[in-house]
Ligand binder design. Structure first.
Ligand code: GLN
Length: 473
């Protein structure tokens, strides 16, 4: 399968039609989707119409966007006009958004062809896609293992060759962790650089949309297409996305890169830690100054996140009450109708988060829980800021282990939450981070290296990621 960049070039030059490219990918989907289950919905008819429109533009001589004819898979928590958007939850059954998320509009304007909506953990709560109401997605590298989550369908779609690029959302690691487990690139951009308009909210102060791709260059291009100011999102920054594509071959000579001590010790599988040490050594050999750095407050990231994210989720999810969206279970009174609807519509993990969040925000506990978590959040940001006074970028594993087997962590929510130890602090700080495949663990499954940078430090982050990727070829 060719890259998004090659596809766009060949469609623009008329060498290949968008329809041919689409058929090739629909063929890959027909072959393996029944075992992978990356999609909640494959949008064949809309994709054919969009590809035909691109081919008509080619015939007329343009204008063509940078993703002309490139198939893209969209996480099912991004609104798509006229196409069901379920968040892999029964509670949104039958709901069809009347508008497109800004990122979806921007991809279409760039010529990309949406091939389907991808499976996920319900409302993006989870790390394995096992919390989907529609059954799990399987890891294309080994069908007995999870693809990670919550954007497991989007990661699997790229890893299986169903689409060269896809979009996910990352609240605590949901792009980076599945990217690592599926052996693809995944980017969580700086908070505010990519519009959240039309992204179904989980934790509004943490959520960001970002791409999956097979290469760093493709991910960079997608960020530039979907990023930049959107007046429809009040947290959107006023500038364009940092110009990352033009710096991919700058190398790391003279860059200062810190290996995060707290993310290399206890809890990190030895084979994963070994690969990340190899990455650090390679960066040093390529001319970077690499040192270990302690970012002490990140060890409290998980505790703070599991107060802040559920608190925001409990508020965001209050709108699903049977009145306006999706499912309604009728009952004699409004109160009973709401209770029955929410009982039937939400899965166990979503209910757990709503209870955690409601508790953390309740009178008498607010200061002790939510208030304290916000203070910890500030400490995390400060510790990162201190590290970034000395370093241009930081390095760590993306996930403490390679892909685990189905059912391994479902009985114990805490063991599932621990999967996010390396990714969560980034969201609390609002910073960018990305995962790049860096070889295999002892079990032959992909290992992801995480590159972290300060807010709007995407150029440094992509330079390091591109260098790491280059070291493997
Ligand atoms: N796994 C984390 C959670 O369950 C992060 C999810 C995400 O980033 N959406 O909340």
């Amino acid at each position: 399968m060719s890259s998004a960049i090659d596809i766009a070039a060949s469609v623009q030059s008329g060498e290949r039609s968008a329809i041919e490219v689409l058929e090739e990918h629909l063929g890959a989907i027909a072959e393996r989707e029944s075992e992978v289950h990356a999609f909640n919905l494959v949008t064949t008819d809309q994709a054919i119409a969009a590809a035909t429109a691109v081919d008509e533009l080619v015939a007329k001589g343009g204008p063509l966007g940078p993703l002309a004819g490139v198939p893209v898979a969209i996480k099912d928590n991004l609104c798509t006009r006229g196409v069901a958007t379920t968040c892999s939850s029964k509670i949104l059954e039958g709901w069809v958004p009347p508008y497109d998320a800004t990122v979806v509009t921007r991809l279409a304007a760039a010529g990309a062809i949406m091939v389907g909506k991808t499976n996920m953990d319900e409302f993006a709560m989870g790390s394995s896609t096992e919390n989907s109401a529609f059954g799990p997605t399987r890891n294309p590298h080994d069908l007995s293992r999870v693809p990670g989550g919550s954007s497991g369908g989007s990661a699997a779609a790229v890893a299986a060759g169903f689409a060269p690029i896809s979009l996910g959302s990352d609240t605590g690691g949901s792009i980076r962790q599945p990217a690592a487990l599926c052996g693809v690139v995944g980017v969580k951009p700086t908070y505010g650089t990519v519009s959240r308009l039309g992204l179904v909210a989980f934790g509004s102060s943490l959520d960001q949309v970002g791409p999956f791709a097979n290469t760093v260059a493709e991910a960079a291009l997608v960020c530039e297409v979907i990023g930049g100011h959107d007046p429809g999102d009040s947290t959107s920054l006023p500038q364009a996305f940092p110009a990352v594509s033009e710096h991919l071959s700058d190398g790391v000579q003279g860059m200062r890169i810190g290996l995060i001590t707290e993310m290399m010790g206890e809890g990190i599988a030895p084979d994963v830690a070994k690969r990340i040490r190899a990455a650090a050594e390679w960066l040093a050999a390529a001319g970077a100054e690499v040192e270990e750095v302690s970012v002490p407050a990140v060890t409290y990231g998980l505790s703070a996140y599991y107060l802040v994210a559920p608190a925001e989720a409990s508020s965001n999810l209050s709108r699903y009450d049977g009145v306006r969206y999706g499912l309604r279970v009728d009952a004699p009174t409004t109160g009973e109708m709401m209770e029955l609807t929410r009982t039937a519509g939400f899965g166990d993990e979503v209910k757990r988060r709503i209870m955690l969040g409601t508790y953390a925000l309740s009178a008498g506990y607010y200061d002790a829980f939510y208030g304290t978590a916000l203070k910890v959040r500030t400490l995390i940001r400060r510790d990162f800021d201190a590290a970034y006074e000395r370093f241009d970028a930081l390095l760590s594993p993306t996930s403490p282990t390679t892909a685990f087997s189905f059912g391994d962590k479902t009985a114990d929510p805490m063991s599932m939450y621990l999967n996010d130890v390396c990714t969560i602090a980034t969201n609390l700080a609002g910073h960018p981070a990305m995962s790049v495949p860096y070889g295999l663990g002892d079990d032959g499954m992909p290992v992801g290296a995480q590159v972290l940078a300060p807010a709007l430090g995407e150029v440094a982050m992509f330079r390091v990621a591109a260098a790491l990727e280059g070291s493997l070829v």
